[in-house]
Design a protein around this ligand. Structure first.
Ligand SMILES: *Cc1c(COP(=O)(O)O)cnc(C)c1O
Length: 383
């Protein structure tokens, strides 16, 4: 049997060893044991610290998509107008959730290869701002575009529009200031920068968002996606369903890892910058023009080559797993996830080496030795 490949996809990421071990701890009955309620509460508080918020945090049993759907399900009533900021596949995807719950999504589209255009948003809002809430993606992973939440969310709040943010693929690898940036609901997932296995999502929920849920005229059309059923779990010592205790033990270790890692943002920035510079130096092309997220690098598939051939060459001969993309980007780009446990110079260097050898084997000549060039950028930093 072959060794496990080096997983360099933009989520799920490589799971930290102490996270794997934490998941193996003996368990209690999480529905009944008061100690587990305290543990869950303490873990939520650590997430609040990580997300820089005083708001309530809840951890739900399901991966990132559950968090996004729960936010939409809990806020949306039939006929509500929702502003959907669209400069990527996840951005646009929020419209589907809004429709499922009877809302009317209004898409505002901005170039897919740049951060969302603030002037476009500001001009649009001057004319039309009758929205209950707006949805924004922090890093839209299929293209790797990063949006400027620091300016987008306060602009929306000026018009009393609640903000729902998908930061699943950015938080931990990019700055995120939930309260300072006035984010009402922010969603994350266990399998990205946190480097825990897929299976958990978490949300920070503002008082204004809770009020919008509580003042609905119609009930929330879901149980599993209803954020209000979790609101008073601690006072009531009651969870709406049995919590996946082992997953939460793992996630608690993952958040401890992140809080202890004071260099994590700088490391993501240095690695991402060096990766982009190397890719361009070698004569390959980045997909984006600007608005690069430091969690993922997205490279155009070189002419006359196919993503599938390159990826299978890399996996078969070098045991490195990268990925392509999907929807309108299917077949057009290759993605390196350098987030969380994957944001290590040695792992990215191995990946670039495998990419280079695979491209050369398929007949393409590059203009630089990528692994060496990449590593040379860390020489004076002791990484
Ligand atoms: C990974 C991710 C999610 C979670 O979705 P899955 O496709 O189920 O992994 C949500 N939003 C973004 C931006 C993500 O990158």
């Amino acid at each position: 049997m072959k060794n496990r490949p080096l997983i360099m996809t933009p989520g799920p990421t490589e799971v930290a060893e102490n996270v794997r071990l934490a998941r193996a701890k003996a368990t209690t009955n999480p529905d009944i044991d008061a100690e587990f309620y305290d543990f869950y509460k303490a873990t939520c508080s650590k997430f609040a610290q990580f997300l820089k918020t005083k708001n309530d945090v809840r951890i739900l049993a399901g991966e990132g998509i559950l968090g996004l759907e729960a936010a939409v399900a809990s806020l949306t009533e039939v006929g509500d107008r929702v502003l959907v900021l669209d400069n990527g596949i996840f951005g646009r995807g929020f419209a589907d959730f809004v429709k499922i719950y009877g809302g009317t999504p209004v898409l505002l589209s901005s170039s897919k290869t740049q951060a969302f255009n603030l002037e476009l948003l500001s001009d649009f809002l001057e004319k039309d701002h009758d929205f209950k809430y707006a949805t924004v993606v922090h890093c839209d992973t299929p293209s790797g575009v990063l949006n400027d939440l620091e300016h987008i969310c306060p602009l929306l709040k000026k018009y009393d529009i609640l903000t729902v943010v998908d930061s699943v693929a950015a938080m931990g690898g990019e700055p995120l200031e939930t309260d300072a940036w006035q984010i009402d609901i922010v969603c994350g997932g266990s399998q990205k920068v946190l480097s825990a296995p897929p299976g958990l999502t978490f949300l920070a929920i503002s008082t204004a968002a809770y009020q919008a849920m509580q003042s609905r005229k119609t009930p929330i059309a879901s149980f599993y996606c209803n954020l209000l059923v979790f609101k008073d779990y601690y006072e009531q010592q009651w969870f709406p369903y049995t919590m996946p205790i082992s997953d939460i033990y793992g996630l608690a270790q993952a958040i401890d890892n992140l809080l202890a890692d004071t260099e994590i943002l700088a490391r993501h920035a240095a690695i991402a910058q060096a990766t982009r510079k190397t890719v361009e130096q070698a004569g390959l092309q980045l997909y984006l023009e600007s608005g690069f997220s430091n969690t993922v690098t997205v490279i155009k598939v070189p002419e006359k080559l196919s993503d599938k051939t390159i990826l299978s060459e890399m996996l078969e001969h070098y045991n490195v797993m990268m990925t392509g993309s999907f929807d309108e980007l299917a077949g057009k780009v290759l993605r390196i996830g350098h987030m969380g446990e994957n944001a290590r110079p040695d792992k990215v260097a191995t990946t670039l080496f495998a990419l280079q050898k695979s491209l050369e084997h398929l007949g393409m000549q590059l203009q630089e030795q990528m692994a060496e060039y990449f590593l040379a950028q860390f020489k004076n930093e002791g990484c």
